[in-house]
Design a protein around this ligand. Sequence first.
Ligand code: ATP
Ligand code: MG
Length: 447
Amino acid sequence: MKADPRAASVIRRLDEAGYASYLVGGCVRDALLGKAPKDWDVATAARPEQVLEVFSGCRVIETGLVHGTVTVLCEGLPVEVTTFRVDGDYEGNRRPKSVAFVSGIEEDLARRDFTINALAYHPAKGLIDLFGGAGDIEARRLRSVGDPDERFREDGLRILRALRFASVLSFDIDEALGASIRRNRGLLGNISAERILSELTKLLTGGGVRRVLAAYPDVLAVCIPELAPMVGFDQRNPYHMYDVWMHTAYAVEAAPEDGTIRLAMLLHDIGKPSSFFVDEGGIGHFYGHEEVGAGIADRRLRALKCDNGTREAVCALIRWHDVKLTERNLIKWLNRLGEARLRQLLEVQAADAKSHTPDNARAKLLGLEARKAQLEEIIEKEKCFSLGALAVNGTDLIAIGIPEGSEVGRVLNDLLDAVMDEQVPNEKQALLRRVWYHVSDGHDRGE
Ligand code: ATP
Ligand code: MG
C-alpha cells in the first residue's frame, strides 16, 4: 500500500520518540482500494500532550484533546493523530461522551465499526488486519467487527454508515449484517438529526446508491417516514415502468453525484402518494404533487436540521421538477431561478427523464440538451435576464418623469420582460424611448 510521504513522516517521528503509531481507518481502506484517501488518520500510543511535545516545532491544531485528537499540519497536509482508545459507555445507542485511552492498537481496532475500517498500516511493519478487512475489500463485502446487533446497540448510526459504505464503495452487505440492519433499524430513532443527515447525504452521493435504496427503504423510512408509502406504489401511468420508489431509486442514481441534487431526486416524488387520482380511463395522475412534495420536504429537512441554503434549493427543485422548459420561456426561468438553480433544475429533469420509459425519456432528454445549449448561449452572449443587467435603472426613469415609488419598479419589470422577449434591445436609448412612447401613449388616451 502507498502512504503519503508526509503522513509516513508523522509516523516516523512518533516512532523515533518511542510511541508505536499506525495509519488507520478510512485512509488504509481507500489506499487498498486504489483510491486517493480524503484524509489521513494516525493512531498512536502517545497521549495528546505527548503528541503536542513531539510536534512542538510544527503547526498543530488541538482538534479534540479530550477525545485524544491532535491535527498535525505536515507541509500543508493535515494529519489527525489520535491516541489509541476505546469508547466509554454507550447511552441510548449514541456515540459515548467519554473515551478511555488504551495501550495497544488491537483494542483500538476492535472498537471500529466494519472490518474494512478496522485496518492499520505501518510503513515498515506492514498491514495489521485482525478481522479480515483486507479479504473483505478484495471480495467487496461489508461485515461488522464482531456481532452486528451488539455494535448497533452501542451506536445506532452505524446502521446508516453501513448503507453509506455499501453505496459509496458499491460493496455487498454481508447477509448477517443485512438482517441485523433491518432488525435494528428502529435504533436510528435515537440518533441526532445532524448525524443522520450527514450520513444520508454521503449515502445518496454513492455510485451504488440505487441498489441500497432498492434493498433498504424500510431503514431510510425511519429517518424520513414519508418515504414509506412510495414503496410499491403503482403509478398506473404509461410513462412509468416502475413503482414510485423504484423510479426514485433510478432517478437518484441517474443524477450527478452532488448532495443537493441527489436529495432533491430522493424527495422529488414524495408528494405522489397523497396526490394520486385515477381518471375514468383508469390512468393514474398526480396533479399538484410537486407543491405537496416541496411542502413535505421542507418540513422533513427542517426536522433533520438541514442548513437553510440546501433546504431551499432542494424544495425549489422539487417544486419545479415538472415545469416545461421551452425555447421561449427558458430566459424567464433563468430570471426567476438564477443561473445556478436553473442548471440544477436541468440536471434534475434529465435524471427524472432517464428513469421513465425509454421512448418518453429520449424525446425529453433531447429537449433538455437543447435547453442546456441555449442556456450556455445566453450566458456567453451576456444576454440580459435580470434587473441588474438592464441598461436603465430607477434613476433614469425618474429623470424622464416616472413618479418615484412602486411605478418605477413596475416599469423596470415591464422593460425586462420586453428585453427577454426580444421585443426591444437592451440599450438605454431604446428602452427610454419605449417608456416615453408608452407613457405618452397612455396620456394621449387620457389614462
Ligand atoms: P470517510 O472517507 O468518510 O472519511 P472514514 O472511514 O474515514 O470515511 P470517518 O467517519 O472519518 O470514516 O471515521 C474514521 C474511522 O473511525 C472509520 O474508518 C472507523 O474506523 C472509525 N469510526 C468512525 N465512526 C465510527 C462509529 N460510529 N463506530 C465505530 N467506528 C467508527
Ligand atoms: Mg475519514
